[in-house]
Design a protein around this ligand. Structure first.
Ligand code: SAH
Length: 181
């Protein structure tokens, strides 16, 4: 994945370092290791066909998923970032990634259910209501916590609720409510 295409102009030279970097609006492009780890968890078991990402940001994680999964949907709360990511997806020739500006806490109701929901910003508590937008056996992968401590968690939707797996400590920007136009 040509990560330099997702970096802000001042940081292009650092694109192939395994670190997060600032992008517009005080947000970050995720660290490649974290993108790889979350992608690995997503691909365990049956390869999902339809995935929802919350927190498009630079578009980098969505593009990685776009190489591997039939249908990728991504929601971003900051409209300027959605527009920038959409231009990148079009320029790179992706026809299977759709993005929109919206509040990730609401998911993408008209496209549900999904096989996987991946959240690339951290809510303080698990937004259990999003499990409604998952298929049975589907997974939700998300960092949960505050500035001090966050844990990467996978929830698997079962007949009678969900199973939870802890995947280690991470650091993401917070998942915030509301949309910025
Ligand atoms: N996946 C991105 C990581 C971006 S950082 C990448 O690969 O670069 C997380 C992003 O989540 C930020 O752009 C932030 O604006 C966005 N975000 C925060 N709260 C959100 C919410 N409620 N809904 C949608 N996006 C949100």
């Amino acid at each position: 994945m040509p990560r330099h295409l997702f970096m802000d102009s001042g940081f292009v030279d650092f694109a192939y370092q395994d670190k997060a970097f600032p992008i517009a609006a005080g947000q970050t492009i995720s660290q490649p290791w974290v993108v790889a780890r979350m992608t690995e968890v997503i691909l365990q078991g049956d390869v999902p066909e339809k995935i929802l990402e919350l927190g498009t940001g630079s578009g980098y994680q969505a593009a990685v998923l776009g190489q591997l999964i039939d249908q990728v949907f991504s929601v971003e709360r900051i409209d300027a970032l959605t527009k920038q990511a959409r231009r990148r997806f079009i320029k790179m020739g992706y026809r299977n990634i759709r993005c929109k500006t919206g509040d990730g806490f609401e998911g993408w109701v008209s496209e549900a259910p999904f096989d996987v929901i991946i959240c690339t910003a951290a809510p303080e508590k698990i937004p259990y209501s999003l499990l409604d937008q998952l298929n049975l056996g589907g997974k939700m992968i998300l960092p949960v916590g505050d500035k001090e401590k966050q844990e990467l968690i996978a929830l698997i939707k079962t007949d009678d609720g969900f199973k939870q797996e802890k995947l280690g400590e991470v650091y993401f920007v917070p998942l915030l409510e509301g949309v910025v136009r």
